[in-house]
Ligand binder design. Structure first.
Ligand code: A3P
Length: 309
């Protein structure tokens, strides 16, 4: 299936037609979750692939064999993409690891009565916007990004593929409807990988020993993932992802938004952010703290409830 120039509109949200069809999207919103399922949820460019690697490693107690031999889209398929049903059917072992970029309002009926464990990954939206902009340059299944100011307008208005970042984050983090939800931020994965892996392993009821955690940290580091063709998307043909125009594992930094945002764009972003996030008490880390600053853990959400003021 190529359909690189096709866009599917589903409940008012655009999805790349390359991997999404009306049928696959409809199947996703009616999906029957099993209680043993692990669902990774994110807005694109928030650290989805990183979490796929991290959960794979936690489930195999730090052994990288699966990470090195099976592409991420097979071991953690996207629920809304057309091949998902076939991949899940071919899997015989629990837990099933599933990924989705769908917003809460499209998935809540399917997930609400399930005991599936949901891991929601978020990232500060200025970095998401910049990462997404660069990704548009290499991903031939996404529309032309235009100039960065045009792209940023689309991001703030929620008209890009996958819809509004604001709706996504507010929907998944403010609701009490999902019982088993752990919220993890890109920034805490970056600044406290050991703590994050411990937290995820406890949430998944697979506590790990110190050495096992060390192995997980090593194998899901930026460097290790950048070199792993099962996760760096170099297995994807050039006409679909053009690696001469960028890398999927691009920079992996907190605060890279500063390389593209002007001061005026940053101020405008802040004002849209304050108005749209009025109903949310989430706080984001916009730049990497200095070593002299107070301990990082204190600035990061520790779990879902502690994020509320
Ligand atoms: P950048 O473009 O800022 O480098 P997603 O998987 O949701 O599409 O997110 C991709 C982003 O996560 C990219 O961000 C990528 O480099 C970053 N990323 C993936 N694995 C990472 C890791 N191990 N450490 C830091 N960043 C990582």
């Amino acid at each position: 299936m190529s359909r690189l120039d096709v866009t599917e509109t589903f409940h008012g949200i655009s999805f790349p037609g390359h991997l999404h069809t009306q049928d696959s999207l409809q199947l996703a919103v009616q999906f029957h979750f099993q209680d043993t399922d692990i669902l990774i949820v994110s807005y694109p460019k928030s650290g989805t692939t990183w979490m796929q690697e991290l959960v794979t490693l936690v489930c195999s107690r730090g052994d990288p064999h699966l990470c090195w031999t099976v592409p991420n889209w097979t071991r953690a398929p996207w629920l809304e993409q057309y091949y998902c049903a076939a991949v899940l059917e071919a899997q015989s072992t629990a837990p099933r690891l599933i990924t989705t970029h769908l917003p809460y309002h499209l998935l809540h009926t399917a997930i609400q009565d399930s005991k599936a464990k949901v891991i929601y990954v978020s990232r500060n939206p200025k970095d998401v916007a910049v990462s997404f902009y660069h990704f548009h340059q290499m991903a031939n299944f996404l529309p032309d990004a235009g100039s960065f100011p045009e792209f940023l307008d689309g991001f703030l208005e929620g008209t890009l593929n996958f819809g509004s970042w604001f709706d996504h984050v507010i929907g998944w983090t403010q609701t009490k409807a999902v019982e088993n939800l752990l919220h993890v931020t890109y920034e805490e994965m970056s600044l406290d990988p050991h703590g994050t892996i411990k937290k995820v392993s406890l949430f998944l009821q697979r506590p790990l020993g110190k050495e096992e955690i060390d192995h997980c940290v090593k194998h899901c580091s930026f460097k290790s993932m950048k070199d792993n063709k099962m996760i760096n998307y170099t297995l994807v043909p050039q006409e679909i992802m053009d690696h001469s125009k960028g890398s999927f594992m691009r920079k992996g930094e907190i605060g890279d938004w500063k390389t593209l945002f002007s001061e005026e764009q940053s101020r405008h972003f802040d004002s849209v952010f304050s108005s749209k996030m009025q109903q949310s008490s989430l706080e984001f880390l916009w730049e990497k703290p200095n070593d002299e600053e107070p301990r990082v853990e204190q600035q990061l959400p520790q779990n879902n409830t502690e994020q509320k003021k």
